[in-house]
Design a protein around this ligand. Structure first.
Ligand SMILES: [Zn+2]
Length: 203
């Protein structure tokens, strides 16, 4: 059931300031890549966490959208990475990272080359570890708001942290994803009076 606090949204410069309260503590884990027919997903073993408001959320998986789902002042990026976390009560927190075409991203390449070409295939890559931190920008300024999952069942109450600094990937890496998956970005949803905050990381 879709409610009125849905994601994605357009992020504008019309934001409220917020205290910086986001820490991402990611560690290397065995690389398990899934082609679920809709996106490339990497399942993450326990140990990588997000901390906010004194609550710890465990990173479960990350996956990709082409083009980006969130937009900034109406503009999409080439792709968007979603890192999905759950706390012990099952509450959801997602970190979004914009990916823009530029230089090849070496860490991402190790996901791409191990991506099963067939739908509904899992590949646990022997002897390869991956640290999700390698996909984050250096600067963790973020937009935050409360929204939903962007795929069925569109569950609400999701805490979103969308990083404003993009990460570069190559045109070929975007094209490689595009050759395996159809456009999988959900359209922008109405804000319906929700507040969007912007928080700048300490220098
Ligand atoms: Zn997603």
């Amino acid at each position: 059931m879709e409610g009125i606090q849905q994601s994605p949204i357009d992020l504008t410069s019309n934001t409220l300031p917020a205290r910086h309260d986001l820490a991402l503590q990611y560690i290397p884990a065995p690389l398990e890549v899934v082609n679920n027919g809709y996106t490339a997903q990497v399942n993450v073993a326990p140990g990588s966490v997000l901390m906010t408001g004194g609550v710890q959320y465990a990173l479960q998986q990350f996956h990709f959208h082409r083009q980006s789902e969130h937009t900034v002042n109406g503009k999409p990026a080439d792709m968007e990475l979603h890192l999905l976390h759950l706390d012990s009560a099952g509450n959801i927190a997602v970190v979004g990272v914009f990916l823009t075409a530029g230089r090849q991203h070496e860490a991402l390449q190790s996901v791409w080359v191990n991506l099963p070409p067939q739908k509904n295939e899992n590949r646990l890559v022997e002897g390869v570890e991956f640290n999700a931190a390698s996909l984050l920008p250096a600067d963790l300024n973020y937009y935050s708001y409360v929204g939903s999952l962007t795929t069925p069942p569109y569950t609400e109450g999701v805490r979103w942290f969308v990083l404003s600094a993009p990460v570069e990937v190559s045109k070929e890496q975007v094209a490689r994803f595009g050759s395996l998956f159809s456009m999988n970005a959900r359209p922008i949803q109405p804000l319906n009076g929700r507040e969007v905050h912007f928080s700048r990381a300490a220098e």
